[in-house]
Design a protein around this ligand. Structure first.
Ligand SMILES: [Zn+2]
Length: 328
């Protein structure tokens, strides 16, 4: 109701001699102040007896001036953005970690960008606090792969361990690749690849003897099994979270970057897909299984709360997000 309409209504009510207290006239109310910031980014749901919480790490907005994908033309990227009602002059990349309370352990799957990478990322610490979780109480941190947006949150701004009491578990294959000095020396100077090698050493260099390396097929925590989903990186890992009849696949970067675009266009490769054809084969295999078995998916780069279902749709897939529920 506009102020004028409201005032007219109030005058009308007064003229009619309405009983009781009249509301304060609109002209006497202070203008409402815009809040100007988003609510905390965490979302809880149950998988069997486990309580799962998506912990959002924020969104990075990159200007879109040329195609960020090696096998896709700029106009096709823009058409795909338009199909999702997204702006076509920028790419907004969401980041979401997953916290699992198994009843005996508090397990964090990936850690976010960490401090200082871009203006609206590195929010895991704040969103954990908003969700009432003290980082000192996390028992296990499990890493899916060694790209900076997944491992950066292991360190605080002053270089300390962000989860000081947690056992840190990493894929054995990922460790073998990134900590190999010969692989690092082959990365062209100044490339993303070289920068990532350096970042891996910044994060893990001083704690190599404290990091547990796990194999695909093993349980990384009670009810959480590591799955081989290599292609995005050679050691890239997803997780099956299972409790009773409940099942969830936490896929990390099976679809990466602006993940929705790769759901619809599974043949595309993100710049970070280190083995393009293998990344595509892994994506199709996992998504065919998700569609057939109707298993809930959590995707690191899907829009918050990053959980939903996959269906086949033509030559690609369709993602339907979970419906928000006020009760668990
Ligand atoms: Zn990623």
């Amino acid at each position: 109701m506009s102020n004028i309409t409201r005032r007219a209504a109030l005058v009308g009510a007064a003229a009619a001699g309405a009983a009781g207290t009249l509301p304060t006239p609109a002209s006497a109310q202070a203008a409402p102040a815009a809040v100007g910031r988003q609510a905390a980014g965490y979302y809880r749901y149950k998988i069997g007896d486990f309580e799962v919480t998506t912990i959002n790490d924020g969104v990075r907005n990159d200007k879109l001036e040329r195609s960020p994908y090696p096998n896709v033309k700029l106009e096709d990227v823009q058409a795909a953005l338009r199909a999702h009602f997204l702006p076509t002059d920028q790419m907004s990349i969401p980041f979401n970690t997953t916290l699992v309370n198994t009843g005996s352990k508090l397990v964090l799957l990936d850690t976010g960008n960490g401090p200082g990478r871009s203006p609206a990322t590195g929010l895991v610490a704040a969103n954990l606090a908003a969700a009432g979780v003290d980082p000192k109480t996390i028992d296990t941190v499990v890493i899916s792969h060694f790209h900076g947006d997944h491992i950066g949150g292991l360190r605080t701004a002053d270089g300390q361990l962000a989860f000081p009491n947690a056992e840190i578990k990493v894929p054995a294959k990922e460790w073998a690749y990134w900590l190999d000095d010969a692989n690092m020396s082959r990365a062209p100077e100044g490339s993303n690849l070289a920068n990532n090698h350096r970042n891996v050493r910044r994060i893990f260099g001083s704690i190599a003897d404290k990091v547990t390396r796990y194999e695909w097929g093993s349980e990384v925590a009670p009810g959480i099994t590591a799955l081989d989903t290599n292609g995005h990186t050679s050691g890239h890992t997803s997780f099956l979270v299972a409790s009773g009849p409940g099942k969830l696949i936490v896929q990390a970067d099976v679809t990466a970057h602006v993940a929705l675009l790769f759901v619809r266009n599974p043949g595309w490769n993100a710049g970070g897909d280190m083995d393009g054809p293998q990344a595509v084969a892994t994506r199709r295999k996992l998504y065919d299984m998700l569609a057939t078995d109707r298993i809930l998916l959590s995707g690191y780069h899907l829009p918050f709360p990053a959980a939903g279902y996959i269906e086949k749709d033509g030559t690609g897939y369709r993602f339907t997000p979970v419906a928000w529920s006020p009760v668990l």
